[in-house]
Write a protein that binds this ligand. Sequence first.
Ligand SMILES: [Zn+2]
Length: 255
Amino acid sequence: MLFDTHAHLNAEQFNEDLNEVMQRALEAGVSQIVVVGFDRPTITRAMELVEEHEFIYAAVGWHPVDAIDMTEEDLIWIEELAAHPKVVAIGETGLDYHWDKSPKDVQKEVFRKQIRLAKKVKLPIVIHNREATADIIDILKEEHAEEVGGIMHCFSGSAETAKECINMNFYISLGGPVTFKNARKPKEVAEEIPLDRLLIETDCPYLAPHPYRGKRNEPSYVKLVAEQIAELKGISYEEVAEATARNARKLFGMV
Ligand SMILES: [Zn+2]
């Protein structure tokens, strides 16, 4: 029972062999996957996948890198999709200061709009954070995002920052980087954060765990993330798999 809380099976990297990828996921013990859409084409594809596959759910939102492209119509469309029973979160949204396609003030406004939308439709928020931790925490606090909570996706910050996010009703999701030999911070987070606030994800096709680092990632590899967390915490793999899947179902309202 593994729950991959963040996958981009809607990416073109899976066009050729999606059925084989899904088969390997099922064989590895993956029972649920949230496919994340973050613009018109990827949201459209995510919604096709939830109709075609029982174990696929969707998150719908607008990526901060492309914030400058989001229109009012896009936001209304996302709100309409949020009523679908298999849409379980708003996102990914957040701030990305690594790329400068969208100015910071535009990113912040689009982020705030999506937090307000998530509160309106009562769905948790999937947060993308790149080099913007302080501003993200400020905005989450100002917008009272704790009312719906959500996920710090592919969390790469310190254990201290993770605890601050948990205090705002967010879960910490770890992906492939926790398996990298030089990844000190994700390993500390895995050790220090209580199991009842942890989630696992692949963020596939990106960020494949060791020993697939640099290759295309896929949901079956989420097992390697769970195994690494188990080793760091000194508990069984089954315990990590069960707890993280239970946390995800609770957050997404599947219980
Ligand atoms: Zn993503």
